[in-house]
Design a protein. Structure first.
Length: 114
């Protein structure tokens, strides 16, 4: 390893921030190019009983949909042979504890615990 000299901490961290930003910018440009190459179409997904417009991108065994409701952005990343987008509806869950309880019970059953 070759010692290239001393860099004051402020300069070092400024250089680190610049390099980090260059990496992020390049990754974002590649991501935008990949999405631009895909065909997209508009679909409607029900969100809390309201029909919301989403943009849908299809993959081989997956799909991605993005839309907005009010001031909230929603992204659905459906992987590993998911249901058809038309079969999806979203409902606000105010209490997740019953869902977590059911998940814990399912995991216990898988492990052979009561």
């Amino acid at each position: 390893m070759e010692y290239a000299g001393y860099l004051p901490p402020d300069e070092f961290w400024a250089m680190d921030d610049r390099m980090d930003q260059e990496i992020r910018t390049g990754a974002l440009q590649r991501q935008n190019a990949a999405f631009s190459a895909l065909t997209s179409r508009r679909i409607t997904i029900t969100v809390d009983g309201a029909a919301i417009d989403f943009t849908l991108w299809r993959g081989t065994n997956s799909w991605l949909a993005a839309g907005m409701t009010g001031t909230f952005g929603i992204v659905i990343d459906a992987q590993r042979n998911p249901p058809q987008p038309q079969a999806v509806s979203l409902t606000r869950v105010t209490d997740v504890e019953p869902l977590l309880h059911a998940r814990r019970a399912a995991l216990k059953a898988l492990r052979g615990e009561a």
